[in-house]
Design a protein around this ligand. Structure first.
Ligand code: BGC
Ligand code: BGC
Length: 623
């Protein structure tokens, strides 16, 4: 693991003279402009120039039309050129949620979601993932990603479980730091953002009324394509834990949830995003003690604190209080994201009246300028166009394939079901997830919530099986498991998937297999000697009742665009290597983690569990 260089350290702490000089020339309006982040569909380049806006972002699915790397680049550069025309020519910084590769962009490589990388437990690999992500971001001239998520999720019902690396603080700290180093490395790095500060993974399940949910709160949002998510269905548990309250004492917060931020800061992280959640009833976006005293004071964080999407609007019923409370608590940049004029005029008013002190505005602007300076935006506001050639390249995809292979966890393997012989006497395959790029990518993939279908380039598990098996092998695929009545095969493979989701839309009261999924398993079970099940999911599913009918069980998480690499491991070209980053509960009674720890019964599979397969020595050459 490369050590942090002096240069990186300077990046994190220096306030270059150039920044102080610039600050001394800035008007209040210009400083407030820097503190403003607007979403791309809500602002034009002309308004960027008029307001001197400091940052523009694409939320999940905030893509240009058509969605191609070239058009992305033109969009981002268009905003940047406008920023460079302002009086002081201060560049803006464009931000996106590149949480598993540059995942909004059609044609980019999409890596496994963090939960899979948590199973791979390979910091060096994650650094390479970070470097490639940075290169693909810079190809489109994007200099900031809202990653890594360094949540320590303690309740698998949470729809953001897959965005975390696992339930263990040390694991999250090590891997979050590794991604930070990879993303920010050297001159070709982009700004990382540790999120969501702090204890977003510790919130408690609650019964919340639908009208209090996130989306109703965001009702001032203009209709937007990416916002057209499914209606909230509370029978599933949607928005029952995301953005909730972490009811834990300070010792627990410091022992379990704070260390990943310390690790990210030590690795050079220069931005942190505040969490929508509350800590014992107090909103993080207004938490002066945690944002200012602990993060900026005690932890010595010298970068900028950004809000989450429209999060300050949740602080109070009047917007003036929302703005003053959050900025005074230590927020430096506000992801507005729609009504930037309203935000700018409110903050200007508060600054002029003294409700937000001048020193606070200066501190925020200084931090923002320092970060832009550290990431070379003053020297190279527009990145090198030739990087576009590497977007989604074979070389980049090869690293994603490695990540997919290392992330697989073998949970059960009886009757020598795996590895599969390449000269397969007969294999029947069922399940939509076996051949669907969108399903294997999950949420935060091309669109915010993700969706089924050929949403971007990549290879499916079925593609991989066809490529690895001998041409003579007999392979039959019926997505719904409806084979001819005579069909019998030695091997049956069922791929079960969770339908894609992001954030509170993925909160679930029940993680058991559905009746349809169980029926599919039975249909294939009846036609094969050995039943192999591959799970595509962002978290463990409750599978204890079905386990006896399954011969081999593989957890493949949300592998991204290169799911074809799952076949390399199923056929034994590579070993199963992954270890569970979450304890696997036997029943819903073992959720959340505190209940599992108090349970008299062992979990179905403990944290760190993962079987190994024998490897054919002749395959070692390819390792
Ligand atoms: C999410 C953040 C994300 C932001 C911008 C929010 O809803 O909580 O994780 O970075 O949107 O898309
Ligand atoms: C998400 C954004 C998304 C938006 C749509 C936010 O909560 O973070 O990424 O585009 O909702 O409303």
């Amino acid at each position: 693991m490369p050590a942090i260089t002096d240069k990186d350290r300077r990046k994190a702490t220096d306030i270059p003279d150039a920044v102080e000089r610039l600050l001394s020339q800035m008007t209040l309006e210009e400083k407030v402009g820097q503190m403003t982040m607007v979403e791309n569909n809500s602002i034009t380049p002309d308004s960027v120039a008029e307001y001197g806006v400091g940052s523009v972002l694409s939320g999940g699915g905030g893509n240009p039309k058509p969605n191609s790397p070239q058009v992305w680049r033109e969009m981002v550069c268009g905003f940047q050129q406008a920023a460079l025309q302002t009086r002081l020519a201060i560049p803006l910084i464009y931000g996106v949620d590149a949480v598993h590769g540059h995942n909004n962009v059609r044609g980019a490589v999409i890596f496994p979601h963090n939960v899979g990388l948590g199973a791979a437990r390979d910091p060096e690999l994650i650094e390479r993932v970070g470097r490639i992500t940075a290169r693909e971001l810079l190809a489109t001239s994007v200099h900031w990603t809202f990653a890594p998520s360094v949540s320590v999720p303690h309740d698998l019902r949470w729809g953001r479980s897959y965005e975390g690396y696992g339930e263990n603080t040390q694991l999250v700290s090590d891997l979050g730091a590794a991604l930070t180093r990879g993303l920010q490395e050297g001159d070709s790095g982009v700004l990382a953002c540790a999120k969501h500060y702090v204890a977003d993974g510790a919130t408690a399940w609650r019964e919340r009324r639908a009208d209090e949910s996130h989306h109703q709160q965001g009702s001032t949002a203009p209709p937007q394509e990416s916002a057209e998510a499914a209606p909230v269905d509370l029978s599933l548990g949607q928005w029952q834990i995301d953005q909730g309250d972490a009811c834990i004492d300070e010792a627990t917060l410091r022992a379990i949830h704070l260390p990943p931020y310390q690790a990210a800061i030590a690795a050079g992280a220069l931005s942190v995003m505040a969490s929508y959640s509350t800590w014992n009833g107090i909103k993080m976006h207004a938490h002066r003690y945690l944002l200012t005293d602990v993060l900026k004071g005690e932890l010595g964080f010298a970068g900028l604190v950004v809000t989450d999407w429209m999060a300050i609007n949740q602080l109070a019923s009047d917007y003036y209080t929302c703005v003053t409370e959050s900025i005074n608590a230590g927020i430096d940049m506000v992801m507005v994201p729609y009504d930037f004029r309203g935000f700018v005029s409110t903050l200007l008013g508060a600054a002029k009246s003294g409700d937000v002190p001048a020193e606070r505005i200066d501190d925020a602007a200084r931090r923002i300028l320092r970060v832009k300076h550290a990431f070379g935006l003053f020297d190279r506001p527009i990145s090198d166009q030739s990087l576009l050639e590497s977007m989604g390249s074979v070389e980049h995809r090869e690293v994603a394939r490695e990540a997919v292979r290392k992330s697989l966890v073998l949970l059960k393997n009886e009757r020598e079901s795996l590895p599969l012989p390449k000269d397969l006497p007969g294999l029947i395959i069922a399940g939509d997830g076996a051949d669907d790029i969108g399903l294997q990518c999950g949420g935060w993939s091309i669109s915010w919530q993700g969706e089924a279908g050929a949403t971007t380039d990549g290879g499916t598990l079925l593609d991989g099986i066809r490529a690895v098996a001998c041409p003579s092998a007999s392979i039959e695929y019926a997505p719904a498991g409806e084979f001819d009545s005579e069909t019998r095969a030695e091997f049956g493979l069922v791929v079960l998937h969770e339908a894609p989701y992001a954030e509170g839309f993925g909160d679930r009261a029940d993680l058991s297999l559905s009746a349809d999924e169980v029926a599919l398993l039975r249909r294939v079970r009846d036609r094969c000697e050995k039943l192999i099940v591959v799970l595509l999911a962002g978290r463990p599913r409750i599978i204890s009742e079905q386990l006896p009918m399954i011969d081999a069980l593989v957890m493949a998480w949300l592998p991204g665009t290169e799911a074809s690499a799952v076949a390399d491991v199923l056929f034994g070209d590579y070993p199963f290597d992954g270890k569970l980053p979450y304890s696997w509960p036997r029943s819903m009674h073992q959720i959340p983690l505190a209940k599992l720890r108090a349970s008299a019964e062992d979990p179905q599979f403990p944290y760190g569990f993962g079987l190994r397969t024998r490897i054919d020595p002749s395959a070692l050459g390819s390792l």
